[in-house]
Design a protein around this ligand. Sequence first.
Ligand code: 5GP
Ligand code: ZN
Length: 143
Amino acid sequence: MECIFCDIIKREAPSEIVYEDEDIIAFLDINPINYGHLLVLTKLHFDNFLTVPKDLLHKLISKVQFLAGIVKRSTNADGFNTMSNNGTAAGQRIFHFHFHIIPRFENDFKFNLISKSYDDNHLKNISSKMKEFIEKYQGQFDG
Ligand code: 5GP
Ligand code: ZN
């Protein structure tokens, strides 16, 4: 299986690594949305958010918090976005799960998102579907 992020981890592809420990690695995005845009990922390969084992995910999110502070300080950012894309529909291009940390500056740009609104029926319908699935899968997730 070819994976550019696995190659980076193995030092078989170049990158600017800024943090590394036993489980986690962080390097600069090659095409940053803002300078200092950092990618944070587990060294083990998992396709997406749903397939990362919980213990590793906890380590990952903890490092994302630490590194978000580092990104903010080192770029003098006013804020930052942490985000992950999951699935091609969500814009995922590299299928080795990663968080983006994107430093943000007042008035730099707007994510061009258009909000929808619900009618009451629709709102209740979606909510009850979610509650049904929560009931069904909660035990499996906690266990
Ligand atoms: P995704 O769209 O999968 O959430 O994000 C993939 C990110 O990886 C993109 O922001 C892209 O610029 C970055 N990227 C793709 N290939 C490379 C690479 O070879 N090196 C580095 N450092 N970043 C990469
Ligand atoms: Zn990989």
